[in-house]
Design a binder for this molecule. Structure first.
Ligand SMILES: [Zn+2]
Length: 111
C-alpha cells in the first residue's frame, strides 16, 4: 500500500470518522480511559496504524501480503482498535514501543 499516510489523512477527514469519534467519546463518557481527565480528549488508535498493518502483513493477511486501501480502511474504523485518551496520556503511550502495544492487543484477542 503506497501513500498510506495520504489515505489516513483522507480517512480522518471523512464524515464517518467524525461520527465514529463522537460515538467513541460518548461511549467513554467524555473521559480519558487512563486518567479520567475530561479535557483535551482525542479518539486515537490503540496501536499506531502502521504497526498494525505491518504485523498483519507479516502474518500473511492482505493480497500477496500487501494490504489494499479497503482493508486499511476497515482496520482504521475498527472500533475495537480505538480508544479515548487525553493529550498527556497520548504522549505517555507514544513512548511505548509499538511491539509492546501489539503484544497487549494480542493478549486481548484483538489482533
Ligand atoms: Zn489521560
Amino acid at each position: 500500500m503506497k501513500d498510506v499516510q495520504r489515505l489516513y489523512q483522507h480517512l480522518y477527514a471523512t464524515e464517518r470518522w467524525k461520527k465514529v469519534r463522537v460515538w467513541m467519546l460518548q461511549q467513554a463518557g467524555y473521559r480519558c480511559r487512563e486518567c479520567g481527565n475530561r479535557k483535551d480528549l482525542e479518539c486515537v488508535h490503540k496501536v499506531p496504524m502502521d504497526a498494525v498493518i505491518q504485523s498483519l502483513q507479516r502474518k500473511g493477511q492482505g493480497k500477496g501480503n500487501r494490504m489494499d486501501a479497503w482493508q486499511v480502511e476497515q482496520l482504521f474504523f475498527d472500533l475495537y482498535r480505538l480508544h479515548i485518551l487525553c493529550k498527556a496520556c497520548q504522549r505517555n503511550r507514544a513512548r511505548i514501543p509499538p511491539s509492546m502495544l501489539l503484544a497487549e492487543q494480542e493478549r486481548a484477542g484483538i489482533i
